[in-house]
Design a protein around this ligand. Sequence first.
Ligand SMILES: [Zn+2]
Ligand SMILES: [Zn+2]
Length: 234
Amino acid sequence: MKDILDLHTHTIFSGHAYSTLTENVKAAAERGLVLYGCADHSLGMRGILSPWYFSNFGRIPRELYGVRILMGAEFNILDEEGNIDFEPDKFSRLDYGIAGFHIPCYRCADADRNTETYIKVMQNPRVNIIAHPDDGRYPVDYERLVAAAKRYHKLLELNNSSLRPGGHRKDARENALSMLELCRKYQTPVILGSDAHFWTEVGDHERALALLAEISFPEELVVNFDEKRIFEFI
Ligand SMILES: [Zn+2]
Ligand SMILES: [Zn+2]
């Protein structure tokens, strides 16, 4: 089946990514994606260009070069209450939300408390996708995480960047494998995300796809293969 979407990409707005929105959409078109999502880091991330960036998404065409465009945000989880850096006046026309733990926005706790935090975040209607839950710097109880994603109808991400050799997220491969086996058990769908910080990475899910193939993960539990499927979640 063909991988037709990528909803986890960044632009120069994020302050530590290097391509424009136009360059990213062109790259998505060249790769044959049907759906491209832009999810720049939200207000709590050091170095973002302006707190008002997210407020004018109504000006951005939702189709370019034959690719449908969604404008989202990657929120930072801020505390153990599950608060994220969403502010209603600054996020108009937001099409979807990703949320994740990022240094230095969240003070890491133990697996029990990190898991409780994720479960609170999943109850926020602004959040559709949990970003890189494979990051071993934030230990998680995957059994509870996967069961909660199913219960609250959220997507867990299989992050292609986490799987880079020498990547900064700890034990990403082992954690992703644990998560995927539980997703199979609970029939919880996943989404593949590139976490692109340069246009050449847009739509690149090569390592994630290889991992899925390695364990014969059921295709029907991957939303990237079906445009209709993703809109059940966002
Ligand atoms: Zn980033
Ligand atoms: Zn992230």
